[in-house]
Each structure stands twice: as C-alpha cells, then as structure tokens.
Design a protein around this ligand. Structure first.
Ligand SMILES: C[S@@+](CC[C@H](N)C(=O)[O-])C[C@H]1O[C@@H](n2cnc3c(N)ncnc32)[C@H](O)[C@@H]1O
Length: 256
C-alpha cells in the first residue's frame, strides 16, 4: 500500500505544472530582430499569447502542440480587454506551465508589460522578462540615428495617447530642448502636435513619420513639424507609425 501511495505521489509530483510567465519583446516587426533568448523561450512555450504587432512568423518557432492565442488590440478597432488577457495568463500558466506573452517591440515601452508581470506575481506565477528591440530603434533603417554627436544629445520618448486618450503634456517640456522627440501612438494627434510646436515658435523643426519600421513594406516621409498633417495625408501614412521630431529627422540634409 505504502509503495502504491509513493508511486502515485511521485506521478503527481512529476506531472505537476509549474506556472511561469515570460514577458517577451518581439522586436519592431522584422522577425529576425528578436533576441536569442526570446527564440529559446518560444521554442519551449506551452502557450503563446501574442499581440497585434508581434510578427506571426515568430509563432513558427514554437512546437506544434503549443497553444497560440491572439490577444491583440487594434487601434480604434477590435481589441482583447486587458482583464481577459490577465485571466488567460493565470488560467493557462496553471493549466499548462510556460506561458509566453509576446509583445511588439519592447514589452516595457508603452506595452503594459510590467502590469502583466505584477499581476502574475500576485497570482503566484514565476515571471521572467526578455527585452525586445523597440520600434524607435528601427528608425536607423531610415537613416535616423536617435542621437548623433553635435546634433542631438538626448532623447524624449513620449506617448501620443495616454490612458485617457489625451496627448502627453511631456511633449511641451520636450520641445523646449534640442532633444530628439519620438512619439509613439501619435498619428491621431498630428494636428495637436503640429499646433503645439508652431505655437511655441518651433514649427520649423524637422519631422519624420515612419510606418512599419523594419518591415519590407515600410513607408516614411520627412518634412517640417508645422506641415505634419499634410505630410501624413500626402504620403498616406497610417498606423503603426512613429513621429520623430528633431534635427536627426533630417540629418542627411545637414551634410552627414
Ligand atoms: C502600444 S505601442 C507599443 C510599442 C512597443 N512596445 C515598442 O517598443 O515599439 C504601439 C505603437 O508603437 C509604434 N510602433 C510599433 N511598431 C512599429 C513599427 N514597426 N513601425 C512604426 N511604429 C511602430 C507605433 O507608434 C504604435 O502606435
């Protein structure tokens, strides 16, 4: 009897699921711009909860029996409520073990990644963070270095869409400096951005808009921030795009 109980206990112990969450950066879009560590974690995933901007090609790294669930949010369109995502993190981690939360760019740059880490910890789930290349780092493909000696000494990374939908007030502070200003989720705020710069006498600052950075079908346009709306319309630029304001946006015309 004792031996049978021992065997049953060992069997239960062997099959017990250890709940783990990996919050993983998928990079800016090009599936090759992912870390080696992220690749290994995807190969060992039991469940992948993936976002709208994470490359679908990365899902091929996972095993066939890995469950892949889309939990994306399309701007101004259909979306998976954050509570549902949290619910899935908990249920899947306890049911299956290794859950990968695959997020576009870096999960901790306007990605709500840390919220999910905190939630998982509260639920007794072990957590790991694997950084990703943020979309702003893919601006280099357009010859836009975020800093360049004698041109830009610092960077402001600002959200165009706060929790309440408004443009961050930090933009007004950022534009007082010579820093490179990078605006995420700012496309619907182009009018406000242009007006804010123009009203402060900074309308002639160079701007670039880059859509689908790092991907083969990427598009970009450069001009002056006072003309931002026209620039977006004329070039039919849309989400997902970054707005970069500062001298680096037009560095080729500075003789570099
Ligand atoms: C919710 S935020 C996520 C940012 C992401 N965590 C990152 O580090 O890039 C979504 C915004 O990121 C920007 N974005 C993400 N991928 C992009 C890409 N490939 N090209 C241009 N902008 C991108 C856009 O401004 C988009 O509205």
């Amino acid at each position: 009897m004792g031996r049978i109980c021992g065997k049953i206990f060992r069997f239960v112990a062997m099959t017990e699921v250890r709940p783990v969450l990996f919050v993983v950066g998928a990079g800016p879009g090009d599936p090759e711009l992912i870390t080696v560590k992220a690749q290994k974690v995807l190969q060992n995933a039991n469940v992948i909860l993936y976002d709208n901007l994470a490359s679908r090609e990365l899902l091929n790294l996972a095993s066939e029996d890995c469950e892949k669930i889309y939990v994306g949010k399309r701007p101004y369109g259909e979306y998976t409520p954050q509570e549902d995502i949290l619910g899935l993190i908990k249920s899947k981690a306890y049911e299956k073990g290794n859950v990968v939360r695959l997020k576009g760019g870096d999960p901790f740059i306007f990605g709500r990644g840390f919220e999910e880490v905190l939630y998982a910890r509260e639920q007794g789930i072990e957590t790991h963070f694997i950084p990703g290349i943020s979309s702003m780092q893919a601006l280099g493909f357009e010859d836009i270095p975020l800093t360049h000696r004698s041109v830009s000494e610092s960077i402001w990374v600002v959200t165009g869409t706060k929790k309440d939908g408004s443009l961050s007030d930090d933009l007004k502070l950022a534009m007082q400096s010579n820093a490179t200003v990078i605006i995420y989720m700012g496309m619907k705020k182009a009018v406000q951005i242009a007006e804010t710069y123009s009203s402060e006498g900074r309308g002639d600052t160079p701007v670039a808009v880059v859509q689908n950075a790092s991907l083969p079908h990427r598009k970009s346009a450069k001009g002056l921030v006072k003309d931002l709306v026209k620039l977006i319309e004329d070039n039919q630029l849309t989400h997902p795009a970054l707005i970069v304001i500062g001298k680096v946006a037009d560095i080729n015309n500075l003789g570099y």
